[in-house]
Design a protein around this ligand. Structure first.
Ligand code: UDX
Length: 427
């Protein structure tokens, strides 16, 4: 099948690479010429495990082509994926990239194609998209919605092994074609209206943060009652109706999706005169986790961090990505600097991105170098390599043996035995 993918961001690149690997001929059109040039040479604009190999392989087999020109991508494509960004400002979704992309597609559409909206868009906008398309093309087309649920850092795996494939269309031939296109991937299938498909995406990206904020609220109570949130949420998650995932307490959620989509759903609800109180509380709780962590840090540092050297381990918003969008490290660093601390920031891959967002800190890739002479180690993002640190060695390097564990990954007993002062979140 011939496919076109509009937008070489996370969603576009992974979608393109995976379908190319499954035997489709995929042309990716991207307006950023610099990015296209690099991609043609196999250079990926961000860190995503497994993606570079997949792209290199399919560039070579010519199943994957990158171009800046819509006229090279659109004519002849049977399915066209719109994978451009939909940023939000105070919850308001900016659809200008989607509409621009749709206009360019329409101008170059010569024969029937299915336009699939993968970008996260407000429910019900497909009719607007159709209208826009008709203004610029005489060719026949259908518009469907197939939302994307991939996680950064696991994007390739998630696209090959989705939990579900949601197909938003009411037309038989469209549904048939899209089911056929996805036959190479496992997972449940759900066929529904485009509006439902779009709302499934928002509801999912709002429900998972709700679980996280709930776990974080329980963590605060655990500290009060002398319980351990890891044990509590393990017990809670054993109930299949609740599920064990996304109950990890700590510094809260960041990234390019959860904060944006929660804000967007609150805003969309407000436009429909519904006050989405649960989600407002989810947002508030997530912000409060930073205060809680800072309070814990100050407490463990003897009530004062002024003039102290504090080392943040993990800057990316989560492990296995270089993405710094809404990373908790930005807020933690800023708060500590405002309290007069000297911040050292450590991450295996996110430093180029982090340097643009965290000012006045010193950056390190090696945690042991960063920890020399430090007054506290603050675990903010749980990269695999931080889980297996040599704490006996660290004890000798640090000025004061303090560990504040923002993701609850360390063994308290072990650290205390080594002579560390340890604090997690809710344990
Ligand atoms: C998320 C969704 O998982 C994905 O389905 C959707 O398509 C895009 O948004 P992503 O943002 O890549 O994916 O990361 P995810 O692994 O979901 O983590 C999001 C944030 O939640 C991270 O900051 C992570 O640290 C935090 N988190 C996750 C917790 O604080 N606790 C948890 O138990 C799980």
């Amino acid at each position: 099948m011939n496919l076109a993918v509009v937008g070489a961001g996370y969603v576009g690149l992974v979608t393109a690479a995976v379908f190319a690997e499954m035997g489709c001929r995929v042309t990716v059109v991207e307006i950023n010429g610099e990015r296209v040039k690099k991609l043609q040479e196999g250079e990926i604009p961000f860190y995503e495990p497994g993606l570079d190999g997949l792209i290199a392989k399919n560039l070579q087999s010519k199943n994957l082509i990158f171009t800046q020109n819509y006229d090279k991508a659109i004519p002849g494509a049977e399915v066209i994926f719109i994978c451009v960004g939909t940023p939000t400002k105070n919850g308001r979704v900016d659809l200008s990239f989607v509409y621009e992309a749709v206009k360019s597609v329409a101008r170059n559409l010569k024969s029937y194609a299915i336009l699939v909206i993968k970008s996260t868009v407000p429910p019900g906008i497909n009719s607007k998209i159709e209208k826009k398309m008709r203004r610029f093309t005489r060719a026949e087309f259908d518009v469907a919605s197939v939302p994307e649920f991939l996680r950064e850092g696991k994007a390739v795996w998630d696209t090959f092994h989705p939990y579900r494939v949601v197909i938003g269309s009411v037309k038989k031939k469209v549904i048939h074609k899209l089911l056929q296109l996805h036959r190479g991937v496992p997972g449940k299938r759900l066929v529904c209206t485009p509006a439902s498909a779009q709302l499934i995406k928002y509801a999912s990206n709002a429900f998972l943060p709700t679980k996280i904020s709930f776990a974080n609220s329980i963590a605060v109570l655990c500290d009060e009652f002398g319980a351990d949130v890891e044990e509590v949420m393990k017990g809670v998650g054993m109930d299949k109706r609740i599920g064990a995932e996304f109950l990890g307490a700590g510094l809260g959620y960041g990234g390019s999706c959860f904060p944006k989509d929660v804000a967007a759903l609150i805003h969309l609800a407000k436009r429909s005169k519904y006050n989405f109180e649960i989600l407002k509380a989810v947002e508030k709780t997530n912000k409060k986790q930073i205060d809680y962590f800072i309070g814990r840090t100050v407490g463990l540092c003897g009530g004062e961090v002024k003039g102290k050297v504090l080392v943040i381990l993990g800057l990316a918003f989560k492990p296995d990505t270089s993405d710094m969008r809404e990373a908790r490290s930005i807020y933690v660093a800023e708060r500590l600097q405002n309290l007069g601390a000297e911040v050292r920031a450590c991450d295996p891959v996110a430093i180029p991105e982090a340097e643009k967002l965290i000012k006045g800190a010193r950056f390190f890739t090696d945690p042991y170098t960063a920890l020399r002479g430090a007054d506290a180690l603050l675990l903010v993002t749980e990269w695999g390599e931080y889980k297996t640190l040599d704490f006996a060695r660290i004890k000798k390097l640090m000025k004061a043996p303090v560990v504040v564990d923002g993701r609850n990954i360390y063994n308290r007993k072990q650290l205390v035995r080594l002579g560390f002062k340890y604090g997690g979140v809710g344990r």
